[in-house]
Design a protein around this ligand. Structure first.
Ligand code: NAG
Length: 260
């Protein structure tokens, strides 16, 4: 009798967990993370493709915002300074993007990659609000343009540079204009209201984070960035699971007296 009851309870619990998990997927996709190696050898900067245009927040659930991680060029300790690439990356207007000429006297700096022997990356969350004063805000339906006009000899130059010589510029299209905002199907009337967004995700949504890694600085290799990537992935999955679990626990608290 006792075992039957506890089996029933456990069964209910798992059903709730699975149900909540699938409901969250049905509501929209998890936020995505993009990893961009900002250096001349990255093929996304080639002019013969359209890889330099990023569509962000497309089909995401409410309050799920994509992140872009800009990874600075990094080299082995022995590499000569003159063989390294350094950049300042700016957010600019479309005209400045098109011409590779920054005319704004105070352009917004997105990233400073001036330590070629440190693994550094900058995480940008494409959301329309920010907790910090002066933080970056990215409005739906707008395009944002990031360029670097740094050259081999002049990190601070604002005209030409590798924007012109190596096409080092990217476009970020933030979804969605109000008129095309119907990628998420309306919830089924029979389903209970969707659970609140996972609260744990808000703790890591700092707008621009510089994370210099002080450990061993290898010449940039894929493995190191795979680690970052899997951390990110496990984070968003973990947050969803955590919220599912929280709901399941709440449900079991309600169901427990009934099972007696
Ligand atoms: C980026 O630059 C454009 C053009 O100067 C400006 O309108 C926009 O507010 C800037 N965005 C951010 C996030 O700084």
């Amino acid at each position: 009798m006792v075992t039957l009851t506890s089996f029933g309870l456990r069964h209910t619990l798992w059903t709730v967990i699975v149900l909540v998990f699938f409901m969250e997927s049905a509501m929209g996709n998890f936020a995505k993370s993009f990893y961009i190696h900002w250096n001349t050898t990255n093929s996304i900067f080639r002019i013969d493709n359209t890889d330099h245009v990023f569509d962000l927040n497309k089909g995401n659930a409410q309050f799920e915002y994509d992140q872009v991680n800009i990874i600075c060029p990094v080299y082995t300790p022995g590499t000569y300074e003159e063989d390294t690439e350094k950049y300042i990356i700016y957010n600019v207007s479309k005209e400045e993007y098109d011409t590779c000429r920054i005319t704004n006297p105070n352009p917004r700096i997105i990233a400073i990659c001036d330590k070629p022997h440190k693994l550094m990356f900058f995480t940008i969350t494409f959301r329309p609000f920010t907790p910090q004063p002066g933080g970056l805000e990215f409005l739906p339906g707008k395009d944002y343009y990031f360029i670097s006009t740094s050259s081999k000899d002049d990190l601070h130059r604002r005209i030409g540079g590798r924007c012109l010589t190596n096409n080092m510029k990217l476009v970020f299209r933030v979804c969605c204009k109000p008129e095309d905002q119907s990628p998420v199907p309306p919830p089924q009337p029979t389903l209970p209201p969707p659970p609140p967004p996972p609260t744990t995700s808000t703790t890591t949504t700092t707008t621009t984070t510089s994370k210099p890694v002080t450990k061993k600085t290898h010449k940039y290799d894929k493995a190191e960035n795979e680690v970052i990537k899997s951390e990110e992935l496990s984070h968003s999955r973990g947050a969803a699971l955590a919220s599912s679990l929280a709901l399941a626990l709440a449900a079991s608290a309600v169901l427990a007296p009934l099972a007696r």
